[in-house]
Write a protein that binds this ligand. Structure first.
Ligand SMILES: Nc1ncnc2c1ncn2[C@@H]1O[C@H](COP(=O)(O)OP(=O)(O)OP(=O)(O)O)[C@@H](O)[C@H]1O
Ligand SMILES: [Mg+2]
Length: 358
């Protein structure tokens, strides 16, 4: 059998199969493979892994070697760890936000499971308990926070920084407020990263007990940027009880684990349906999966939120259930979730000095 001639395309397509640890995106699309070239059977490439963590770099290099070793006709694999970009261009390491005590990211592997609903009601429940709370809408392509909190007008600037809007006592920022929710955003990865960094570092957050960050679905540029831009106190994973959503939740968990971000727990949303007529509970998507995933992965379970039209209406009308119907059972469920998040952040914050943050 004739071995095919090794080409750069073969190398690149093999590397497109290698995911960055914990992420669903591959090394090529993240731009971490530089100067790949082939000389006979030898492949040379520079690997630019955006972390100081030697363990992660070694892991990525091992996966690259493993993927390339399967390419037909490959001989020697020469990998250079590419110099990190010059300081003025390089992504700075995680920088705390002055005055912000705890930063909590709300994530999910899958879209539409209720991250924004949970973020908004969680932030409001924490604020109701007397904490100073900010909410950052990190969904640059599809910002939904403005809809859930109501249109608020445009943020202003003060001393070169953006002043967040205030709604129900929350300090809120979203590209939706800056550009309008409807503007189609077709930015590519690096611009998304830049926009998120601005929303983190160039906003007058003031003194905050919590900054809740509502992430877009999945594990891509925004997630990677966030874990590298600020020291997260922890991550909350939202899932629905369906099997597919749960698998995606596990992916989200792995992302935080790989980035050494403590997992504060899992929220199961749309867990069951309470019939408005007979008050009977129906488990539409087979309830309990969130708790099982929590148990099997050893992370806290933060609660089950029912599928309930009042929760959706609160989201659609800018009056989330926690503030619109504070006496309701649903508001109480969100307050219970908030209590658990508060306890989990306390534990995570205590462990923080020992944590290695990239
Ligand atoms: N428990 C619930 N009961 C009823 N409706 C809900 C519930 N949770 C979320 N919804 C509704 O489901 C839709 C999706 O929720 P949401 O926008 O919070 O999800 P998401 O995970 O943030 O979505 P995306 O991945 O697009 O950011 C919204 O219309 C919201 O009002
Ligand atoms: Mg959302």
């Amino acid at each position: 059998m004739v071995t095919p001639q090794l080409t750069e395309d073969m190398v690149i397509s093999a590397l497109r199969q290698v995911k960055y640890p914990g992420m669903s995106r591959d090394l090529v699309s993240f731009g971490m493979i530089k100067n790949a070239r082939v000389e006979g059977a030898t492949v040379h490439l520079d690997l630019q892994v955006p972390t100081e963590d030697a363990e992660v770099v070694a892991k990525v290099e091992a996966s690259v070697r493993e993927a390339l070793s399967r390419v037909p006709g490959i001989g020697e694999i020469r990998i250079q760890n590419a110099p990190r970009p010059a300081p003025q261009e390089s992504a700075p390491g995680p920088a705390p936000l002055p005055g912000v005590r705890r930063i909590v990211a709300v994530a999910s592997g899958k879209g539409g499971v209720g991250k924004t609903t949970v973020s908004v009601n969680l932030a409001l429940a924490l604020a109701q308990s007397g904490a100073a709370v900010g909410l950052l809408d990190a969904d640059i392509y599809g910002p939904n926070v403005p809809r859930m909190l109501g249109e608020l007008g445009r943020p202003t600037a003060h001393e070169g920084k953006i002043v967040p809007l205030v709604r129900h006592g929350l300090r809120v920022i979203s590209v939706g407020y800056l550009l309008g929710e409807q503007s189609p955003i077709i930015w590519r990865g690096p611009l998304v990263a830049q926009a998120l960094k601005q929303l983190l570092h160039e906003v007058h957050w003031g003194e905050l007990d919590y900054l809740i960050v509502d992430l877009p679905p999945g594990t891509g540029d925004t997630q990677l940027t966030l874990v590298q831009a600020v020291p997260l106190t922890g991550g909350v994973i939202v899932t629905t009880p369906s099997a597919v959503a749960l698998m995606d939740a596990e992916r989200g968990l792995r992302m935080f684990r790989e980035a050494r971000v403590p997992i504060l727990g899992i929220v199961e949303n749309m867990s069951y349906f309470i019939c408005p007529h007979c008050q009977g509970e129906t488990d539409i998507f087979s309830r309990g999966g969130g708790r099982q995933v929590s148990d099997s992965l050893g992370v806290p379970f933060l609660g089950e939120i029912p599928l309930n039209p009042t929760i959706r209406e609160g989201g659609d009308t800018g009056a989330p259930v926690v503030v619109a119907m504070p006496e309701s059972a649903e508001a109480q469920i969100f307050r219970n979730v908030a209590d658990k998040v508060r306890l989990a952040t306390e534990a995570a914050a205590e462990a923080m000095p020992q944590m290695i943050i990239r």
